[in-house]
Design a protein around this ligand. Structure first.
Ligand code: HEC
Length: 234
């Protein structure tokens, strides 16, 4: 019963009524022209759907839930008192071996799970380590992986100051890049802009907004203990 109660609660947190869902139910005006054009790039020329899948097991979540190497820059906090509390991988402890940490199989090094993309516009940072803070940069990375990864500058990417000090090596990551990203499509500026719009607003369900989630935090608890404070909800 406890498990079921939690499952019911979790169902109430799913926000999957975005413009694209309303469009799919026949409301053709639910998406703007730019979102529609962007969707055509996402599902067509851009080949995003090859990994950010929607069919079958993906259950319309925009992820194949598989692990891929996509060449994300390796940022690492310094370790120690008042700094990071996780020792990173590799000789200089500035790498994240990804799936290999779980499987102990070196073939899995640098592989990370495809992120679902719903409501991504509400995220403050992108990829497993938050290496990019602008959605445009995260999408551009997929389209020019080598350029993006080799010229990565954490300050320009906008990450927090304590993450700008240590960059892990990128060439060993790029050597394992997923074949799907080796020959990326070349998009016109307009196609790129529409693609970003589709991902940003076409997949956004406004119910996922902060105000709605903050309103779920109770003022008092049956135990009489203090409810947790969420900095985003103050
Ligand atoms: C080879 C598979 C693959 C393809 C093709 C692909 N992606 Fe991704 N994408 C991933 C993986 C894997 C991640 C997560 C990487 C990580 O966390 O380090 C990701 C992450 C993202 C993110 C950041 C998500 C987050 O929550 O931080 C965005 C945005 C994104 N992809 C958009 C796109 C778009 C748009 C396209 C098409 C141009 C695309 N992707 C093509 C595999 C892919």
């Amino acid at each position: 019963m406890f498990g079921r109660a939690i499952a019911e609660f979790e169902f109430s947190l799913i926000a999957a009524d975005a413009p694209i869902d309303r469009f799919a139910r026949g409301q053709h005006a639910a998406m703007s022209i730019a979102e529609k054009e962007g969707a055509l790039v996402f599902f067509g020329k851009g080949k995003c759907v090859a990994c950010h899948a929607v069919a079958g097991q993906s259950n319309e979540m925009f992820s194949d839930f598989q692990m891929h190497v996509i060449g994300v820059p390796q940022i690492a906090p310094e370790f120690g008192v008042g700094k990071g509390n996780v020792i990173f991988d590799g000789l200089n402890e500035n790498e994240d071996f990804g799936l290999e940490q779980i499987t102990s199989d070196p073939a899995d090094r640098y592989r990370f799970r495809t992120s679902p993309l719903r409501n991504i516009a509400l995220q403050p940072a992108f990829f497993h380590n938050g290496a990019f803070t602008r959605l445009e940069d995260a999408i551009q990375h997929h389209l020019h992986v080598f350029e993006s990864a080799r010229n990565y500058d954490p300050i320009r990417a906008g990450v927090a100051a304590d993450l700008t000090l240590r960059l892990g090596p990128i060439e060993p990551v790029l050597a394992r890049l997923d074949p799907l990203l080796l020959d990326p499509p070349s998009l016109t500026p307009e196609e790129f802009e529409n693609l970003v719009t589709f991902v940003r607003t076409g997949l956004l369900d406004k119910h996922a907004a902060r105000e709605n989630l903050c309103s779920l935090i109770p003022d008092t608890l049956p135990s009489g203990m203090e409810p947790l404070q969420f900095e985003e909800c103050r």
